[in-house]
Ligand binder design. Sequence first.
Ligand SMILES: *Cc1c(COP(=O)(O)O)cnc(C)c1O
Length: 363
Amino acid sequence: MPAQEAGIDMINQIEPNIDGYEVEAMNNYLQSGAWLTEYDRTTEFECKIAEYVGSKYCVVVPSGTVALAVALWACGIGYGDEVLVPNYTMIATPNAVRMVGATPVLVDIEAKSLCMDLDCVWSLSEKTRAIINVSLNGRALDMARFQDFCTANNLTLIEDACQSLGSFHNGRHLGTFGDIGVFSFSSPKIVTTGQGGALVTDDEGLYDKIRKLKDWGRDGSDIHNTLGYNFKFTDLQAVIGIEQMKKLPWASGRKRHIYQVYESQLSDVFEMIHGSNESTPWFVDIYLDNPTVVQEHLKENGVGSRLVYKPINEQKIYADGKSYPVSKRFSHRGLWLPSSVNLTDEQIINICGLVKQKGLNDG
Ligand SMILES: *Cc1c(COP(=O)(O)O)cnc(C)c1O
């Protein structure tokens, strides 16, 4: 009998961690004469993010996708321009490039980190303007190489660090190596406000452009010298976000611990990608021959999981007739296992038992 019919609680692949702190903060806020839209709570949330990641400026917007598009706009990238993106990422990365009218150019990934492999950049044209490096699952191997590559080729470096809050590289937070770094606060992310995104930068000029882009180009009360739209946040979200940021060091510790427990049970028999000790694995990903069979077996036992992203070039709108062997190999074999911060070690060990039952016997 399927677990749910048997009345067993399903373990979700991921769920947000909302507790009494958010409830109390929201109550207090709503009783304080709230205007709901972005104001001082939003500023406080932005300051908390900037402080945590160590950037000078932070601006929040309605989603990570919008944050990527705003980053490209702020850097002057649009029609006729090309932007390098990894072939294994969430669809939002190339879609944001399309949103500003530019063309994403796909690049294969490296097996060690599952991030863009600069050795696979086949050709740069005079149209190539930027790289979006995605630190997938908080992993990054060599950010200095990306910086050097971009400097040498006169490219803008944007970091899609949507999965990387809590992840560092050589002591620096991911998202702070490029011209602009982007984070997401959608509900599966380690810090969530339901939906939401942030841009961080140390460049005052870019900060000024970003602020204007999200506020109809406003320059003084109702003066509009440049084009802009409405990509504002709400204090309603910020109230949640502030509480979530307070819990981030704890949540990051939990994620690292959870990954380690899975690793201790599974890494001998399945392929796992060990990031550095500075990364916070957001989702637990394993690579095996029969992910769909294991997923079905988990589901029958009340355990949620999710197949990893398809390679971008296998999505209809990005088919380009080229081959990307490393992204293909990983994305056809990957499975995300339950990764919520409140999982117990006992639950994880049970889940690993189920994974081994099918993952080993039913290849
Ligand atoms: C979540 C995510 C996004 C998109 O963020 P949204 O807030 O959902 O728009 C972009 N890139 C990556 C790598 C993500 O994980």
